[in-house]
Design a protein around this ligand. Structure first.
Ligand code: SF4
Ligand code: SF4
Length: 114
């Protein structure tokens, strides 16, 4: 078939029923302040790791809430748990605990997969 010089972009529709929400639900249960995040990005702008890498806590929160866990899993270990993000969060999210719980949840997911 002839090429027309353009392609059709893959849809970016988010289907929550198809995505794995285990990590998000685990964090919601153990750290309810995670629900208060408005994805303002204050944490990312002050993040120690973000100064040197492309790590973004804001992006991590969004990915986990969507259930798009693969990229979150790749980046979760980059956080140094310094806690600076907690000092600037306008919503009082216990961000450090969110990261710790996300790590726990990924660990549990791995154990169940074995
Ligand atoms: S600073 Fe707080 S409210 Fe803003 S994106 Fe980070 S965790 Fe969410
Ligand atoms: S605790 Fe993690 S996400 Fe928060 S500022 Fe420190 S390195 Fe960044």
């Amino acid at each position: 078939m002839d090429k027309f010089g353009f392609t059709i972009s893959k849809g970016r529709q988010i289907d929550y029923d198809l995505n794995d929400r285990f990590i998000a639900e685990y964090i919601f249960e153990h750290e309810p302040s995670f629900r208060l995040c408005i994805e303002c990005g204050g944490c990312s702008s002050t993040c120690s790791t973000g100064q040197f890498t492309l790590f973004s806590l804001r992006e991590l929160h969004i990915l986990i809430k969507r259930g798009e866990n693969d990229k979150a899993r790749q980046n979760i270990r980059k956080c140094m748990l310094c806690g600076k993000c907690m000092l600037v969060c306008p919503r009082g999210v216990n961000t450090r605990n969110v990261v710790l719980l996300a790590r726990q949840a990924f660990q549990k997911e791995n154990e169940h997969a074995v």
